[in-house]
Ligand binder design. Sequence first.
Ligand code: OAD
Length: 247
Amino acid sequence: MQDLIERAAQAIRTARKTIALTGAGISAESGIPTFRDPGGLWDRYDPEEYATIEAFRRDPGKVWRMMKDFTELKTALPNPGHFGLAHLEQLGLLHCIITQNVDNLHQAAGSRDVIEFHGNMRQVVCMSCRKVLPLDEISLKTLPSYCSCGGVFKPAGVFFGEPIPPYALYRSQEEAQSCDLILVIGTSAVVYPAADIPRVAKEAGAQVIEINPEHTDLTDWLADLIIQEKAGIAIPQIIAAIKAIAS
Ligand code: OAD
């Protein structure tokens, strides 16, 4: 493992432009359940019933009540994986993070350039007039909550069947095509178009480093270096190795 950590450190040190794609796994050590691991969110809630835009339109109150249960999202704190990526950015060794997460933990850890590919759950959007408000500014006493225009508020995270926010999609493509190293951290890489980002980067000539304790759809055919370890352990070790090389 130490050899892999050192190779990753060397790759990051020498890359011209490194980006990261993160998924639920990087927040697992903050106590937020992933989606597809055993006991994950989609074991407890059927995504067809709670995570599609059709389901929301059918019964917004039911989806909101499920969302309200996510107290973890409010109380969770960044872990050493999030802090490590923020530190890499400060060192000038990480250009940006493309995250599928909606938990705000990269920003809470101090990362500045975070592309929220699946939107975020700290905001709501009116389904009629498209007004966007911070979640804190609407009442959740009766659900769903309504906008002054009469439209229903929806969490601003992307539901299945909804488009990716155009800016996030456009910028992610740009960054994937122009990087020479991509770190793929804590994602099963099965939800598209996010899962396509490492392939776009690889086809443009980038190296792919995967950090994930489990085997994923990318492990065999795309990753150049595979670190089968938790993000909160591997990322600080990589940073220590970068510092050791530099000293
Ligand atoms: P998944 O739940 O599909 O995958 C989580 C990944 O994290 C798995 O590959 C785990 O092995 C890995 N993992 C678990 N603990 C880890 C740790 N401590 N360190 C590193 N990796 C760890 O989550 P995502 O790939 O993020 O979309 O899911 C993608 C999308 O599917 C989500 O954004 C969400 C969901 O449906 C929408 O809701 C639109």
